[in-house]
Write a protein that binds this ligand. Structure first.
Ligand SMILES: [Zn+2]
Length: 98
């Protein structure tokens, strides 16, 4: 069944029992924290969400790190330190072989 057909039959109530279903709003408004709004079918006339396909990093391709207590910073410093250490070690070994 096509979505539009399903929606029509829901609206007509032809296949639904009476008094057991919540009110269906076929044009409910969804509002995202990023400012995007669109319409959908819902049992609430309108509702708000925190993240959507317009602002989620998976869809935007942009990394959005929520850094609590500078942990990302600390990790990146650690990675840098490890690299320097590795390079120093390699140089030393090369010098020993000469
Ligand atoms: Zn959004």
């Amino acid at each position: 069944m096509l979505h539009s057909q399903l929606r029509e039959s829901i609206l007509a109530g032809s296949q639904m029992k009476k008094d057991i279903h919540p009110t269906y709003y076929p044009e409910a408004t969804v509002r995202c924290a990023c400012g995007q709004t669109w319409k959908t079918g819902s049992t609430k006339p309108e509702f708000e969400i925190e993240i959507c396909s317009h602002c989620h990093p998976f869809y935007t391709g942009k990394a959005k790190l929520i850094d609590t207590a500078g942990r990302v910073d600390r990790y990146q410093r650690m990675v840098e330190k490890a690299k320097t250490f590795k390079n120093a070690k390699r140089k030393k070994t090369a010098a020993d072989n000469d």
